[in-house]
Design a protein around this ligand. Structure first.
Ligand code: NAD
Length: 498
């Protein structure tokens, strides 16, 4: 039997707090109403920690603290190099406590330790450093050449950035959203997802240790309909960054519309992979199985529709089934686990429900998926990967399932494949697989989405903007150099010359 990783004592102490308090104005505080909620280890289906449940009154305290910190902590006005030094110090602390954060994230989301360690947590430190350095290099003042005027444009931070975030990559998305906001000189209030608030709360200890002034970063855990809604509707925020579902994105955008708060929406997706007949079918199938099972398929941009040329269809489908069946499903702490559980029973039911409706709607279950049993963890929320095939109108070809489910469609001509991809109401990310790079580039350009990848799927790099269009969101995206500018408002200063 393989050895399961041991819980670090620091993680045990952190999780044993009853409850884990929220972080407002540099202090650890209980919820105003005294409420708490539980988060689960989805691998065991058992409570993991008890967390203070923030509500409107706590959001009020947090926004007020962030406004005060923006006005008077010195964060917004200090030299950019000094702010960058704080963010570097914070990144160093994330690196120092990497294994603690890895364990917390793996337990709260259910993702394999190796994934949290190989991607999620180091990425947070990298993002902090990348935006800190970019902020130092970015010109914030530009002379304007206009006859008769002495004119210039400056860029200054907005004020309070509200960040409402999902459960699939909790701390990585704190990194992607908080880093540009802070590097620009804003202060922030974060509402992490109720399923996975733990890593964001632990991160606040590091914010404190880094010496970042009180009130610059505030975290209010709680439910979407209460804490999330109160934050989105708060008239005291100056910007909002939301990552989550289109349904909630619409509500958030409506609140921002009412208050005229600029908003960035990073929403769901229904990514496609176009596989041409000149690829190695087995290697491509392997890569796409890895993509659709990453984080148990709970990845907004992953490849969920596989549009495969008839020439390689049989070999590709066979190889995909073999790879899916060989996948080791298990608890996040078991060292051989390749795919963990769904994040919650609700999410598992969503996945199973879609599989049932897809088959009822005429899809063929090449691999049926379903509940998975993992020895020793009978109450975990495990599912098997599934492979369906059928027409483009099937619900499983149209809706974001957010699970390890791929939907196969066959094509003959390039134009047919492009049409199949572009039928989606989403527009986040697609990939093209071909040895003919001219064709791959041409098709990549024709796909309507924020991101087109060639011979790879799920490619994220600091400096490459990651954004969606249509149902996948708007507002400039994340990870690019422009994201920093999104958190700086332009202001012109003009003196007519006599
Ligand atoms: P969700 O929309 O249910 O929740 C996201 C956040 O919004 C949570 O913090 C939640 O508490 C909060 N919320 C819920 N109702 C609210 C309300 N009425 N007012 C204010 N806040 C509210 O999404 P989820 O289930 O946590 O995450 C999955 C979704 O996120 C998927 O659609 C996925 O594709 C998307 N996602 C997108 C990206 C991207 O970069 N585009 C990245 C990760 C996840």
């Amino acid at each position: 039997m393989t050895r399961v990783a041991q819980l670090l004592p620091q993680v045990r102490t952190f999780l044993d707090q009853r409850p884990i308090p929220m972080f407002i104005n540099g202090e650890w505080v209980a919820a105003s109403a005294g409420g708490t909620f539980q988060t689960l280890d989805p691998g065991q289906g058992r409570p993991l920690a008890t967390v203070a449940e923030g509500q409107a009154a706590d959001i009020e305290r947090a926004v007020s603290a962030a406004r005060t910190a923006f006005r008077s902590s010195g964060w917004a006005t200090m030299p950019v190099q000094k702010r960058a030094a704080y963010l570097h110090r914070l990144a160093d602390l994330v690196d120092r406590d990497r294994q603690i954060l890895v364990q917390i994230e793996a337990l709260d989301v259910g993702k394999p330790l190796a994934q949290a360690d190989g991607f999620d947590i180091p990425n947070v430190a990298q993002t902090l450093r990348w935006y800190a350095d970019l902020a130092v290099r970015t010109h914030r003042e530009e002379p304007l050449q206009v006859a008769g005027l002495e004119a210039r444009q400056i860029r200054v931070p907005y004020g309070v950035a509200a960040l409402v975030l999902p459960w699939n990559f909790p701390l990585l998305l704190v990194g992607w959203n908080l880093s540009p906001a802070l590097a620009a000189g804003n202060t922030a209030v974060i509402k992490p997802a109720e399923d996975t608030p733990l890593s964001t709360l632990y991160f606040c200890r590091l914010v404190q240790e880094a010496g970042i002034p009180a009130g610059v970063v505030n975290v209010v855990p709680g439910y979407g309909e209460t804490a999330g809604r109160a934050l989105a509707e708060h008239p005291g925020i100056h910007r909002l960054g939301f990552t989550g579902s289109p349904e909630v994105g619409r509500l958030i955008a409506a609140s921002c519309g009412r208050n005229l708060v600029p908003v960035k929406l990073e929403l769901g997706g229904k990514g496609a992979a176009v596989v041409f007949g000149d690829v190695d079918p087995a290697a491509t199938a392997q890569a796409l199985v890895a993509a659709v099972t990453l984080n148990t398929g709970q990845v907004c941009c992953t490849a969920t529709r596989w549009i495969v040329h008839e020439r390689v269809w049989d070999e590709f489908v066979h190889a995909a089934c073999t790879a899916m069946e060989a996948l080791v499903i298990g608890h996040s702490f078991a060292p051989d686990t390749q795919m963990g559980p769904a994040v919650s029973e609700k999410q598992r039911q969503r996945i199973l429900g879609y599989l049932q409706r897809g088959v009822e709607g005429g899809a063929r279950a090449v691999l049926p998926g379903g509940r998975a049993e993992v020895a020793g963890h009978p109450s975990g929320f495990y599912v098997k990967p599934a492979l369906l095939s059928g027409g483009p109108e099937n619900i499983c070809a149209r809706d974001e399932i957010f699970g390890p489910v791929a939907y196969l469609m066959k094509f003959k001509e390039e134009a047919e494949a492009i049409d199949l991809v572009n039928r989606s109401a989403y527009g986040l990310a697609n990939s093209v697989w071909s040895q003919d790079l001219a064709r791959a580039q041409r098709v990549a350009e024709a796909l309507v989405a924020g991101n087109s990848w060639i011979n790879a799927h799920n490619v994220f790099a600091h400096g490459v903007p990651y954004a969606g269009c249509n149902l996948s969101g708007f507002g400039g995206g994340v990870l690019g150099p422009d994201t920093l500018l999104d958190y700086l408002r332009p202001q012109s200063i003009v003196r007519p010359l006599g």
